[in-house]
Write a protein that binds this ligand. Structure first.
Ligand SMILES: CC(C)(COP(=O)(O)OP(=O)(O)OC[C@H]1O[C@@H](n2cnc3c(N)ncnc32)[C@H](O)[C@@H]1OP(=O)(O)O)[C@@H](O)C(=O)NCCC(=O)NCCS
Length: 104
């Protein structure tokens, strides 16, 4: 184990809806495409649904961030809507409810 910093994740109440837990991630380029974003996100989602009382996980991304959206899809999040974010950029929102997630 190298203990090298490879990036960060967040898993926190969404600013516009505290009932939704927003997942986010950004990893250093050197470690892309090794499955780390999916692995780390899946661990957070599992912890949320199993231990933290999370009912709904959401994630947003710019449509051009295809890798980020692919990670959401691999985790089982489904496209919900496209809308204008407060940053004045159009974003896509994906979501996953607890009862849709395969906890096993
Ligand atoms: C998005 C990001 C976290 C992905 O991390 P990662 O550890 O490489 O992700 P994973 O390896 O778990 O999965 C990446 C998936 O995207 C796919 N992918 C990569 N580039 C892609 C592209 N241009 N178009 C479509 N899919 C792409 C990979 O093939 C992989 O899918 P697969 O397993 O079906 O082959 C990383 O690229 C990143 O930090 N980017 C920086 C900016 C960013 O997009 N941040 C997110 C803002 S919400």
């Amino acid at each position: 184990m190298s203990h090298e910093f490879i990036g960060w994740f967040h898993f926190k109440p969404a600013l516009d809806n505290q009932d939704e837990i927003e997942l986010g991630y950004r990893l250093r380029k050197a470690v892309w495409s090794k499955g780390y974003a999916t692995e780390g996100s899946r661990a957070l989602i599992l912890k949320g649904f199993k231990e933290l009382g999370t009912q709904r996980v959401v994630a947003i991304a710019l449509p051009i961030h295809k890798a980020s959206i692919r990670v959401m899809e691999k985790l089982g999040l489904k496209f919900e809507k496209k809308y204008m974010h407060k940053t004045n950029q159009e974003v896509v929102k994906y979501s996953l409810d607890k009862d849709e997630f395969d906890i096993a």
